[in-house]
Design a protein around this ligand. Structure first.
Ligand code: TXA
Ligand code: MG
Length: 318
């Protein structure tokens, strides 16, 4: 049985034994281990069935820890950190030689973030080492936004889930690196592209596999329910074409309320993008349990967090 609890000292004790604990963050739950323990890090890859070429994000509690991990902290990175940390921003920086290659998949860079969740920040303050934490789901599956999601994936295989309630933002951090001093967004996420640009100026977007084959592990198939999933502009047309299918709809506002299908989930009744992002994975988890033939998601307006949500939905359809 996996312990589900808010006990930070217990979590710290387990992590100090080179074991894993699932931790809450404001984005999604992470599967955490000591970055300096090869044993713990190998367990993370093992449990997730994640390939070793996909690097892990390092979680810290204070910006003072940056120079322990990175050799340079470029000015634009500092501005972004100041604007968004603690929060849903991961910075890719040149790594110190002491950061293990297992964490960075042999790259000379390391992904770092300060999460915005009081329990996890307190845990990090109680530990003498940072935590590597990918999302706490098996490789390519939907990321967990509740302790229950993590339990459903790893019950019995994991000592503890630190229960921090529902994740407030609900999709992963936005990943920003630097190429020739210019900011590059490698993964759209909880902080909109517009918000990043407002602080860092124009950015290059390399959010997909074709453009960035060995940059962030932005593998095309990801965040995927087991039920076949479609992302469409025209829900009515899809339904008309598939009269015999058990369909679950994922809608982002009440504007489209009159469909006759097996199930409808509204990401936000009023079309609020922040609320939609926070509900997205929970809704996908729910629909995935209903034994539907297909999940059909309505494409969101391609701006702000809508762009990030569309990105996750696109990857869920692969
Ligand atoms: O919100 C989040 O970022 C969550 C929470 C737990 O912090 N974590 C998360 O981790 O989404 P994960 O492992 O599911 O996704 C991390 C992404 C991967 O696509 C990985 O390839 C990229 O970050 N990444 C990590 N280190 C990198 C590096 N040095 N260079 C390029 N990409 C990196
Ligand atoms: Mg992930």
């Amino acid at each position: 049985m996996t312990l589900v609890s808010k006990d930070i000292l217990k979590a710290a004790e387990i992590l100090s034994r080179e074991e894993l604990v699932a931790i809450p963050t404001e984005t999604v739950y992470g599967l955490a281990g000591n970055i300096y323990s090869d044993t713990a890090i190998k367990k993370i890859f093992d449990l997730k069935k994640r390939p070793f070429f996909n690097p892990l994000i390092v979680h810290i509690h204070s910006v003072d820890q940056i120079m322990e991990l990175a050799t340079h902290f470029p000015e634009k990175a500092q501005l972004l950190a100041k604007a968004f940390w603690p929060g849903s921003l991961t910075l890719i920086l040149k790594k110190q030689p002491t950061v293990p290659d297992l964490i960075t998949a042999g790259n000379d860079t390391v992904g770092i973030r300060i999460p915005q969740h009081e329990l996890t920040l307190e845990l990090l303050r109680n530990l003498p080492f940072p935590l590597a934490a990918p999302s706490a789901n098996p490789f390519t599956y939907i990321s967990p936004t509740t302790a229950q999601h993590v339990k459903s994936y790893f019950d019995g295989e994991l000592e503890m889930i630190l229960d921090g309630g529902d994740c407030e933002n609900g999709i992963e951090s936005t990943i920003v690196g630097f190429e020739n001093g210019e900011p590059v967004v490698y993964r759209l996420g909880s902080i909109s592209l517009e918000d990043i640009t407002a602080i860092a100026g124009p950015v290059i977007l390399k959010n997909n596999k074709e453009q960035a084959p060995n940059a962030p592990g932005m593998l095309e198939k990801h965040y995927a329910p087991r039920t076949k999933t479609f992302l469409v502009e025209n829900i009515a047309a899809f339904i008309a074409l598939h009269p015999d299918k058990k369909i679950g709809l994922l809608l982002h506002s009440m504007d489209h309320a009159h469909f006759k299908v097996s199930e409808i989930i509204y990401l936000s009744k009023i079309g609020d993008l922040k609320e939609a992002a926070s509900e997205l994975y929970n809704a996908m988890h729910q629909l995935d349990q209903l034994d539907l033939d297909v999940i059909v998601a309505h494409r969101l307006p391609d701006k702000g967090l809508g762009k990030s949500i569309n990105d996750r939905l696109e990857r869920a359809t692969k």
